[in-house]
Ligand binder design. Sequence first.
Ligand code: IPE
Ligand code: IPE
Ligand code: MG
Length: 248
Amino acid sequence: MDLTNMPRHVAIIMDGNGRWARKRLMNRVYGHEAGIESVRQVISCCLKWNIPYLTLYAFSKENWARPQSEISALWQLLISFIHKDLPSLIENGVRVIHWGDKEGLPPEVCHAIDEALRETASGKKLHVHVALNYGGRHEITRAARMIGEEILKGNIRPEDVTLDLFASFLFSSGVPDPDLVIRTSGEHRISNFLLWQIAYSEIYVTDVYWPDFREDEFKKAIESYQQRERRFGRTSEQIQQERCVSAL
Ligand code: IPE
Ligand code: IPE
Ligand code: MG
């Protein structure tokens, strides 16, 4: 792994907890519990490898369709993770940020999130965006609504609505787009995750279930990313030429 060519922002669709547990003849919640350890490892890898932004997809708008017992167990796990890990997150310079809607979340979950945001607010080494009660289409619609309100108030003119202005109304305002999106458990889909921000992200899918995604698997994802040629619409020849010029 080339530590001089690391992604600045990694976004992860943490999938496969249920199947991981089922393979062991266990309840799905057992898989979610095991997945927490992968979250810890991925955070500590980002700290070690100087990756400054990490986005974790923890609960989608669509996940409300799951059995209520599983949803409640997920909230309990989140609350206990925050209580257990907050001191080490603070100590390591991690800042926790919530992407998604607070409305609809149980009050005890909101309190735990607020506590995490407040207590880690001065963290500078790694920003961890937790996408919780999040949907990409909801985020875009929300931005459109806010822009509409600003136009009505006369603060913005329709012709001021550029790509940059639009992006400034998203949860990710000010954060570079993900360089790398990882999805575990072999599913080749986006599931309403960061639709705007991943326009030019590199995508890495692994068959490994989330509870088995630890440092070595993360390293493989980064190594795959480092093999890619990011062309952003240009030709390979142009990219090579630019590389030669900048090496001079
Ligand atoms: C991902 O694992 C965790 C969440 C969506 C909260 P799943 O629970 O989706 O696991 P599978 O896909 O059923 O195996
Ligand atoms: C995506 O996983 C959401 C999270 C990881 C939080 P799902 O398991 O819910 O995705 P689908 O429904 O199979 O696409
Ligand atoms: Mg799943």
